[in-house]
Design a protein around this ligand. Structure first.
Ligand SMILES: NC(=O)c1ccc[n+]([C@@H]2O[C@H](COP(=O)([O-])OP(=O)(O)OC[C@H]3O[C@@H](n4cnc5c(N)ncnc54)[C@H](OP(=O)(O)O)[C@@H]3O)[C@@H](O)[C@H]2O)c1
Length: 208
């Protein structure tokens, strides 16, 4: 086994409403192409770890990234069809052409998986090994509610998109104390009332 570089950061990336809403009926609540593009730009080429339910809402591994899935009950991942969410995330590069978010091309030769783990500790260790081999310095928790909550105590960086309104939801991001985090980036995006999009902000937070 390669020795893991100590400086591989565990980051979480999520889009949440003002009331910390994350999802409903195992789906996203809003459709914000610019946020999907932001997600794609941040995670491309890096290992992503998600819960079984979030993986089911995608149906297929996201391209260009090792997809690590945790489940205590599955012994293998069933073959599934890409969902509308998967298709939206895949096409996110084509939307909002004026936006300044740059997404790297989908790298070749990245093993996408899905790779299945029965504990988060095993998934995180494997993701770090993969990042190490790929020369990356960051791995991502990409949801959903259960996985964000379990990993938040040792998450070192948070990429949070915060929408400026409340939504009805059945899954929420864990409450956290802003005083424990430094805001290292804050990018505001205007509302687009004609598309029913609220204003929202891309935050990058580093644990103090
Ligand atoms: N807004 C966003 O940025 C965002 C991002 C991602 C997801 N979401 C939303 O979040 C919702 C899904 O979240 P969720 O909380 O219901 O489910 P989830 O966190 O995606 O998955 C939960 C599942 O993960 C497995 N699991 C949890 N902890 C584990 C552990 N310690 N070890 C091994 N396996 C573990 C279990 O699978 P088994 O039951 O198979 O054992 C559990 O049922 C959806 O609505 C989705 O759209 C939103």
């Amino acid at each position: 086994m390669n020795e893991i570089k100590p400086n591989i950061t565990l980051a979480s990336i999520a889009a949440i409403a003002q009331n910390y809403a994350l999802g409903k009926d195992n789906a996203l609540i809003w459709h914000l192409p610019k946020d999907l593009k932001h997600f794609k730009a941040k995670t491309m080429g890096k290992p992503i770890i998600m819960g079984r339910k979030s993986y089911e809402s995608l149906g297929k591994p996201l391209p260009g990234r090792p997809n690590l899935v945790v489940s205590r009950t599955f012994d293998k991942i069933p073959d599934m069809q890409p969902s509308d969410l998967f298709n939206d995330m895949e096409s996110a590069i084509d939307v909002s052409g004026k936006a300044s978010i740059k997404v790297a091309a989908v790298p070749e030769n990245v093993p996408e998986g899905p790779f299945l783990y029965s504990t988060l500790a095993d998934a995180i260790e494997a993701a770090k090994e993969m990042a190490n081999k790929m020369g990356e310095d960051e791995i991502f928790i990409t949801g959903g509610g259960q996985i964000y909550k379990e990993t938040l105590p040792y998450t070192e960086r948070l990429y949070l998109t915060i929408l400026d309104r409340d939504y009805d939801a059945d899954v929420f991001f864990p409450k956290f104390d802003w005083d424990e985090w430094n805001i290292v980036e804050e990018i505001k995006n205007d509302a687009e009332p004609e598309k029913d999009h609220p204003s929202f902000t891309f935050y990058t937070l580093e644990r103090k």
